[in-house]
Ligand binder design. Structure first.
Ligand SMILES: *Cc1c(COP(=O)(O)O)cnc(C)c1O
Length: 375
């Protein structure tokens, strides 16, 4: 059997171990320390503005954003349906009600028209949504101008789930820095990994200070242990932050490598007219975390399952697009606005191996399997 090609494996830059060693040398084997501070600074510099709290996961970052926005029992929170469950789970942590919204066909992200219907529904029910979570799926920025205009009009804060979109940009501004809060994930298969980790971004320094306070058990300033609000243990380990410091040094390369994967697939399949790649509109720059495409089963007779199975036979990992949240048993009682776009994308789409360490040989192994299916 040929060596396994993974969907999106970790790709170390080389200096990570030296920062871990520093943590050992100084005995800061803890969820605080020099690596955490330096990693936060690096992300702030990369974003070009705002403030950052390094956290234990992207999910924790999203949860804290909801807490900071005052989301509580009985509130509505609107969320893009086509996403990973971690985008929506924190809504339940707060006892709030998720309201899901369909995608639009260009970027596959939240549809501004369906979003407006969802907002109006909540208002009719007597409660303006407390927050709106939008996702930059597979690294592709959503239609931010329309979304931001709509949310300003209704005065509802936006959270960008940029877990998959570190380094992406919209009209030159980094994804995750366009709204009140942005969140990132450094899980094992993301473009940058700390093994597990995440970050919360905001232009509001007080909000980020409060996030750090909440993430470290919310200890009031007192000589004894004093608490007046519920705290969490959400901070990033100084060991993991050491990995992050090394990873940040190679982030630009990783983005270039993932974009090159996309270009390779796109060019190789350019003659297979029935494969549709996720579009990059002129105002968007995607980090191309995963190369994703859809195929027309009616015309090709080939389904995502067929391709995934054929690739697996050759020891290559690929996967379906996220199954929309409004189709999940967990969220069966949640309101949904829009049509069938998210569902259609799910049924017709696949994600191809997209790691930044893929060699040309690996990419050829992948494309060969798919070209053969279409031959
Ligand atoms: C990975 C991911 C998350 C969660 O991040 P974790 O660090 O794994 O908690 C949230 N949203 C999206 C869209 C993701 O892909």
């Amino acid at each position: 059997m040929e060596k396994r090609i993974w969907l999106s494996p970790p790709h170390m830059g080389g200096t990570e171990m030296s920062y871990i060693q520093q943590a050992f040398d100084t005995n800061w084997i803890a969820p605080v320390g020099a690596n955490v501070d330096a990693f936060e600074k690096q992300i702030e510099e990369f974003m070009g503005c705002g403030h950052v709290a390094a956290l234990s996961s992207g999910t924790a970052a999203l949860h804290l954003a909801l807490v900071l926005l005052g989301v509580t029992r009985g509130d509505f929170v609107i969320c893009q349906s086509l996403t990973f469950a971690a985008s929506a789970n924190p809504i339940f942590y707060q006892g709030a009600t998720p309201v899901f919204v369909d995608s639009e066909p260009l970027t596959w992200n939240i549809c501004p028209d369906a979003l407006e219907s969802a907002i109006k529904h909540c208002v009719r029910k007597g409660k303006k949504p407390k927050a709106i979570i939008i996702v930059h799926l597979y690294g592709m920025p959503a239609r931010m101008d329309e979304i931001i205009t709509l949310c300003h009009h209704h005065d509802i804060p936006l959270i960008e789930d940029a877990a998959e979109a570190l380094g992406s940009a919209y009209k030159g501004q980094k994804a995750g820095s366009l709204c009140k809060f942005g969140i990132f994930s450094f899980n094992g298969n993301k473009i940058l990994t700390t093994s597990g980790g995440g970050a919360l971004w905001s232009a509001d320094q007080t909000a980020i200070q409060k996030a750090k306070f909440l993430a470290t058990q919310a200890r009031d300033p007192a000589p004894h242990y004093a608490h007046s609000v519920t705290g969490y243990n959400y901070s990033l380990s100084n060991i993991c932050a050491g990995i992050g410091r090394g990873q940040m040094q190679v982030l630009e390369d990783r983005i270039a490598q993932r974009r090159a994967n996309y270009t390779f697939y796109q060019q190789t399949f350019s003659t297979l007219a029935r494969l549709q790649f996720q579009n990059e509109p002129p105002e968007c720059f995607s980090n191309r975390w995963l190369t994703a495409l859809t195929l027309d089963f009616q015309q090709t007779g080939i389904s995502p399952q067929t391709i995934i199975a054929a690739l697996e036979c050759k020891n290559i990992e690929s996967r379906h697009l996220w199954k929309p949240m409004h189709m999940q048993p967990l969220f069966k009682d949640a309101p949904y606005f829009g049509g069938t776009i998210a569902g259609d994308l799910f049924r017709s789409g696949i994600c191809l191996p997209s790691g930044s360490s893929l060699a040309e040989d690996d990419l050829q192994r992948v494309t060969q399997v798919i070209t053969n299916l279409f031959a």
